[in-house]
Ligand binder design. Structure first.
Ligand SMILES: [Zn+2]
Length: 379
């Protein structure tokens, strides 16, 4: 089966290339915002939006226009991709899959543009990667890429590092059956609890780093406040800017560690089980959660579930989503009796019907498996 796979590498553009990357990101953002505005205006006037093709047809004229002639300096495919991205956002908005497209800001911590593969414009060799308009860019090749290149996204992080993500299409073969199914309960103390009794600790190192990050973030807010009190513009506040870079670097480190942890864990679970039963996370509710510790685990959970999902697609495994209303913590996995609500601090309980004592989380993950198998049998 053909599957998509993304490869991420750090790149080291030279001065000239960095300038061009900044210009391309700026132009892609300009195109996105320009047509978003036009789209909204048109919608207000006529009740209808625009289309990718109608907008794309306006680009050549904009490149000749005295006000926007600088658009022709950069990779034209990147501008079209930006437009495509906008039109996809509108499609998802109208099919109620996401909220209304928002204007892109140059203050967003991650700045990027995407360019499509055509006529060998993207080539990966050992020390360099060839990218449209940029030419050969030095990069750290940490792994070989496989399959047909579809596109490349060039990214600049808040800490000033550059990365490229290359999306490839690859023939993936299903893994041999593992003769095993598993239920997973997601938690805060333990990151995941498996129905076979395995408990996966929250990556301690990451948790410590996250604490440090919170400390440094508070320091950043204090410095912002101080600069404000002294009437200094934040752009000129040296101490604030220094701290801002520190926080950005820390953010990146935490994100990388967490990502590594989630990648390893999801791969291991996919390799060892044919069917994985897991709670259907409610993303909209999670976004409203204001508690940071909880918010961080929410992000990790949804990233974990999406990793499980695409790896299951690659390797021919099945993910069964169990409704989040399913009372996995109340039901006895031994006799099916619903023993009622359990407060969060109750780690162990004894079923009043069959008298078996349960570890709260392991019991919940067993119930996920039982419910997942039941749902799967209905299909
Ligand atoms: Zn029981």
């Amino acid at each position: 089966m053909l599957q998509h796979k993304a490869y991420k590498f750090r790149i080291y553009p030279n001065g000239e290339q960095r300038v061009l990357i900044a210009k391309t990101i700026g132009c892609a953002r300009f195109v996105y915002n320009h047509f978003l505005h036009l789209w909204n205006e048109t919608y207000l006037k006529t009740g209808k939006g625009l289309s990718y093709h109608s907008c794309s047809a306006m680009l050549p004229k904009m490149k000749k226009d005295a006000a926007t002639f600088w658009l022709k300096e950069v990779d034209s495919i990147a501008l079209q991709s930006s437009l495509k991205n906008l039109s996809n956002s509108f499609t998802r908005f109208f099919t109620k899959q996401n909220s209304k497209p928002q204007f892109k800001s140059k203050n967003n911590p991650v700045q990027s543009y995407t360019t499509q593969f055509t006529n060998n414009n993207i080539v990966v060799s050992d020390k360099h990667i060839k990218l449209p308009k940029l030419g050969l860019v030095k990069f750290a090749k940490s792994r070989d890429i496989k399959g047909r290149i579809i596109n490349a996204t060039i990214r600049r992080n808040a800490s000033g590092k550059y990365f490229v993500s290359i999306l490839c299409e690859e023939e993936m073969n299903a893994l041999p059956t593992a003769d095993s199914s598993v239920g997973i309960d997601l938690g805060i103390t333990d990151f995941a609890i498996l129905s076979n009794g395995q408990k996966i600790d929250n990556n301690k190192f990451t948790t410590e780093m996250e604490k440090k990050l919170r400390r440094e973030q508070r320091k950043l807010s204090r410095r912002a406040l101080k600069a404000k009190e002294q009437g200094i513009n934040l752009l000129n506040a040296k101490n604030y800017q220094k701290q801002k870079r520190k926080v950005a670097r820390l953010h990146e480190k935490v994100a990388n560690q967490r990502n590594d942890f989630l990648n390893k864990l999801s791969t291991e679970i996919i390799k060892n089980h044919d069917m994985i039963c897991i709670e259907d996370l409610h993303t909209k509710g999670m976004l409203r959660n204001r508690k940071l510790a909880k918010a961080i685990s929410d992000v990790s959970w949804s990233s974990f579930v999406s990793k499980l999902q695409y790896k299951a697609d690659w390797y021919g495994r099945t993910i069964v989503k169990v409704s989040r209303w399913f009372p996995s913590t109340q039901i006895c996995s031994n006799c099916d009796y619903n023993d009622g609500k359990k407060a969060l601090d109750i780690r162990w309980w004894t079923c009043s019907s069959c008298n078996i004592t349960h570890d709260r989380d392991i019991n919940a993950s067993k119930n996920m498996l039982i419910e997942g198998l039941r749902l799967q049998a209905l299909i």
